[in-house]
Design a protein around this ligand. Structure first.
Ligand code: NDP
Length: 255
C-alpha cells in the first residue's frame, strides 16, 4: 500500500510507543516521515532504521517540548532534516502525539506538575501548530492524539484528562478554520495501550493486563498498531470528508 507517496509527515514523539507505530505505518504507506524525540536519541535512530531497512524514508528531529522556544526548535530541526534529505520544504501530515501522563488527583497535584503537563501536552502542540500554519500544504492533515480519559471521569488523572480535553477543543476549533484550505483536523482517542513505557506495571503484570483489558469490548488492551491504523485512515485521502472529530480508538472501552 502506498497511499502517501510524495507526502511529508512529522510525528512528535515518533521514536517510541504509539508514535513509533504511527511513524512506521505512515512510512510504509509512502510518506517521508520526520521522527521526533526529546531525549532518547537511540530509540529515534532505531525507529528510522526500522523504516529505512524496509525501503521507507525517515529522519530524526530532536526538540525537547514543554520548554520556552520548543516549537521553534522543532521546526528548525525539521527544516534542516528536509534539506539534508533533499526534500521540498513544507509538510502534509502533522501528528501531535508526544505527551506525558500524570497520575495524581486534585489534592495531590502540585502547581509545578500542572504547569509541566500543560506545557508538554497543550502549549507545545498549540505553538507547533501556530508555526505550522505557513508550512502546512493545502489538503493536509492534522491529527492530535487525545485520550479516552476525556469521555470517562478519571479523578486519579485529573490534570492529564484536562490537557486532553483541551486537545479535543483545539481539534474542532482549528478544523473550522483550516477547512477552507482542505486541511482536516481530527483527534484519535486511545484507551490504555501496551507500550514499552507501561511494561513494568501493565505488560509484565498479568493481573493489571486482565483488569485494564476487561474495559474493552474485545477484552484486551490496545496495541500501538491499533492506533496507527486509525491514524493511517485519517491521514489518507479516504478521510477527506472527516474533520473536527474525536475518533474513539479505545476498543469500545466503557461502552
Ligand atoms: P511513550 O511514553 O511511549 O513515548 C512518548 C514519546 O513522546 C517519546 O517519543 C518521547 O521522546 C516523546 N516525549 C515525551 N515527552 C517529551 C518532551 N517533553 N519533549 C520531547 N519529546 C517528548 O508514549 P505513548 O506512546 O504511551 O503515548 C503517546 C501519546 O498517546 C501521548 O500523547 C499519550 O498521552 C497518548 N495516550 C497514550 C496511552 C497509553 O496507554 N500509552 C493511552 C491514551 C493516550 P523521548 O523518549 O526522547 O523523551
Amino acid at each position: 500500500m502506498a497511499l502517501l507517496n510524495g507526502k511529508t509527515a512529522l510525528v512528535t514523539g515518533g521514536s517510541r510507543g504509539i508514535g513509533r507505530a504511527i511513524a512506521t505505518r505512515l512510512a510504509a504507506d509512502g510518506a517521508l516521515v520526520a521522527v521526533h524525540y526529546g531525549t532518547n536519541e537511540a530509540a529515534a535512530n532505531d525507529t528510522v532504521t526500522a523504516i529505512t531497512e524496509v525501503g521507507g524514508h525517515a529522519f530524526t528531529v530532536r526538540a525537547e517540548l514543554g520548554v520556552p522556544g520548543d516549537a521553534q526548535t522543532l521546526w528548525s530541526a525539521f527544516n534542516a532534516g528536509l534539506t539534508a534529505c533533499g526534500a521540498e520544504p513544507g509538510i502534509d501530515i502533522l501528528l501531535n502525539n508526544a505527551g506525558i501522563a500524570s497520575s495524581n488527583d486534585l489534592a495531590g497535584t502540585t502547581e509545578a506538575e500542572f504547569d509541566k503537563i500543560f506545557a508538554v501536552n497543550v502549549k507545545a502542540p498549540f505553538f507547533i501548530l501556530q508555526q505550522a500554519l505557513n508550512q502546512l500544504r493545502d489538503n493536509g492533515r492534522v491529527i492530535n492524539i487525545s485520550s479516552g480519559t476525556t469521555r470517562i471521569a478519571a479523578p486519579a488523572m485529573i490534570t492529564y484528562s484536562l490537557t486532553k480535553g483541551a486537545i479535543n477543543t483545539l481539534t474542532f476549533t482549528l478544523a473550522k478554520q483550516l477547512g477552507e484550505r482542505g486541511i482536516t483536523v481530527n483527534s484519535v482517542v486511545p484507551g490504555i495501550v501496551d507500550v514499552d513505557s507501561n511494561a513494568a506495571w501493565l505488560r509484565d503484570n498479568p493481573e493489571q493486563l486482565a483488569f485494564w483489558g476487561s474495559f474493552s469490548a474485545f477484552n484486551r488492551v490496545g496495541q500501538p498498531a491499533d492506533i496507527a491504523d486509525v491514524v493511517a485512515f485519517l491521514a489518507s485521502d479516504e478521510a477527506r470528508w472527516v474533520t473536527g472529530q474525536h475518533l474513539d480508538a479505545t476498543g469500545g472501552a466503557h461502552l
